[in-house]
Ligand binder design. Sequence first.
Ligand code: C5P
Length: 233
Amino acid sequence: MTSPIILAVDTPDIELAKRWISATRESIDVFKLGLEFYLSHGFGGISAIQRETGAEIFLDLKLHDIPHTVSKAVTVVSALEPRFLTVHASGGEAMISAAVKAVSSTSITAVTILTSLSQDDLSEIGFQGTALSAAQALANLAVKAGATSLVCSPHEISGIRKNVGDGVTIITPGVRPADEISADDQKRTMTPSEAISLGANFIVIGRPITSRWAKGSEQMAERAAQILDSVQR
Ligand code: C5P
């Protein structure tokens, strides 16, 4: 069974990324590499991580452009066969569908509403209604366009799950273990087990695990194992 934890490998340092992955491989199967890493090391960097660690990759590029441009960009990275590749759901149905058509084995993963946006931010951008209703509308649109995974806040999991059914993979960041004192810059967090019991298939966790690196790779491995244990109980 695939571990429900996705480690956010938020570093531009390729050697450190490999070490973090190796240290946590026993508890984690999928590793999220984002724009910071991709802009630093590109296609070759992702490929090196895959080759040297055997990790499955969540490629978090959050693409958002006209359908033709997104299709071409997705075609480039689809050769890496990441397990997940993110696009913004607000790019619209044609853009998401173009991304879906450009991959074979990768799950196109639509990001609904960024959790960094407040209700006021959303109104300013022009969204009507609540963050939840906007996220639900974007999730419905993305699934209709062929996206097979969605990223949403833990607070939107149940509202989205009830609309999209069990066939769609829901991935949520913004989780913090119950014993973690610092939420860092995350707001309105939930614990990993709460997010899973609400219907998330995967939780994205970074600093609660990666910050342990300073104390050694065993400490980091132990933290990942503890979190896995907390969701499997
Ligand atoms: O370190 P932390 O656990 O906060 O990392 C969470 C990861 O999830 C980061 O890579 C962050 O960019 C990402 N993320 C998030 N909230 C979102 C979307 C992505 O925290 N709404």
